[in-house]
Design a protein around this ligand. Structure first.
Ligand code: UPG
Length: 361
């Protein structure tokens, strides 16, 4: 920063050490939140409370209710087994660990002049306004940052091989399965999902990255039984290219905000299997819009059956009773998630804001 003298620095929500350095050097400061507004508000409240460790939520039961700083009614809450996972998360804000995520987020808010956030007013106006009120700073929704179009010459992640397989499948018949880059899906969960995919009878493409479980954890004989119908890849794949392919008809997702937005930007309805962090909140939020359906799980321990995996997939992707999810995903794609003009306006607006509010020389 000292040598390049930027006008602005834009940083992630946990980089609490950036704002004091920038301020000293006269560089303007924008925090960039890659979570949606409802999720970040529910995860961490007003900066002053987070910095001083005064989060009133101390028990699992506290987390299954909306936090006290949300003044309106909402269905966006954790379930019991999810709240337990939140409590156990190593850097969770509510476990009192030094420099925990809530402290860091609080300090980042505190040192920032504005909050830029990957969302838009069409989706969650009341939450965006609340975020600004709670943190006492302007909040700039910068839109959903739509995926770049497919570059046919780009073979990153063996796209051309994958495309060749997708091209051979029927339109809107393939189930794409992926759980992002951070969460750990247990061996037991992988087994349950695998049996469910086998049972659903539809073609599927599963990116099961090594971090979330290697192919050795798949049920015995799984690969042979689904041969020709199912593909399992353990290395990085070009997710947005896959989701944009005409053969994809449903997305089994952990509901990371990035993945959810990508799927919906192509009008692909979601089969939701949220794991941790903001993901359950994203699932409740999008579930409320009926653009996807959660795989039902036991409230106490999160267990689920492979039959419910198969049924949810079939309902969302092919069954007549699930048409509402496909229709809503398609109409929301047009209106909001895939509306390039609208989303570009948000991004352009942010750039304009940065240009009009440069650091004083
Ligand atoms: O093989 C792969 C695997 C992932 N991706 C991409 O990686 C990104 C994953 O992002 P996201 O869906 O947001 O998931 P996480 O990586 O798990 O994201 C973390 O950050 C998100 C906010 O940015 C939170 O919503 C999540 O809960 C948190 O786990 C997406 O752009 C995917 O397209 C690929 O392109 N290929």
């Amino acid at each position: 920063m000292e040598s390049s003298k930027p006008d602005w620095i834009v940083y992630d929500i946990l980089h609490h050490w950036v704002p004091p350095i920038a301020e000293k050097l006269g560089v303007r400061r924008a925090m960039f939140c890659t979570l949606n507004a409802a999720s970040i508000i529910i995860i961490s409240g007003p900066a002053s409370i987070m910095i001083h460790g005064r989060d009133p939520r101390k028990t699992v039961e506290d987390l299954i209710e909306p936090p006290p700083w949300v003044p309106f009614e909402t269905e966006i809450v954790y379930r019991l087994f999810e709240a337990r996972r939140i409590m156990e998360y190593p850097t969770a804000g509510i476990n009192g660990a030094e420099l925990n995520d809530n402290y860091r987020t609080g300090m980042t808010y505190f040192g920032s002049e504005v909050i830029a956030i990957r969302t838009c007013m069409e989706l969650e106006p009341e939450w965006i306004q609340l975020l600004s009120k709670l943190q006492g700073r302007p909040v700039i929704p910068i839109g959903l940052l739509l995926p770049s179009p497919v570059d046919e010459a780009d073979d990153e992640g063996s796209w051309l091989d994958i495309k060749e397989w997708l091209d051979r499948q029927r339109v809107k018949s393939v189930v794409y399965v992926a759980f992002g880059t951070e969460v750990t899906v247990s061996d037991e969960e992988i087994q349950g999902l695998a049996h469910g995919l086998e049972l659903c009878g539809l073609p599927f493409f599963w990116t099961l990255r090594k971090r979330t479980g290697a192919s050795v954890f798949l049920p015995d004989g799984f690969k042979e039984r689904v041969k020709g119908r199912g593909v399992v890849r353990t290395e990085w794949v070009p997710q947005t290219y896959i989701l944009g392919h005409a053969s994809v008809g449903g997305f089994v997702t952990h509901c990371g905000w990035g993945s959810a937005v990508e799927g919906l930007s192509f009008g692909v309805p979601l089969i939701m299997f949220p794991c941790n962090l903001d993901q359950p909140l994203v699932a409740r939020f999008l579930g409320g819009m009926s653009i996807g359906l959660e795989i039902s799980r036991n409230d106490q321990d999160g267990s689920f059956t492979s039959a419910s995996v198969a049924d949810t997939i079939r309902l969302v992707v092919v069954e007549e009773e699930g048409k509402i999810y496909r229709d809503n995903a398609a109409s929301q794609q047009k209106k909001v998630f895939g509306n390039k003009r609208l989303q570009d306006q948000y991004a352009d607006g942010f750039i304009e804001f940065l240009e009009n509010n440069r650091a004083e020389m």
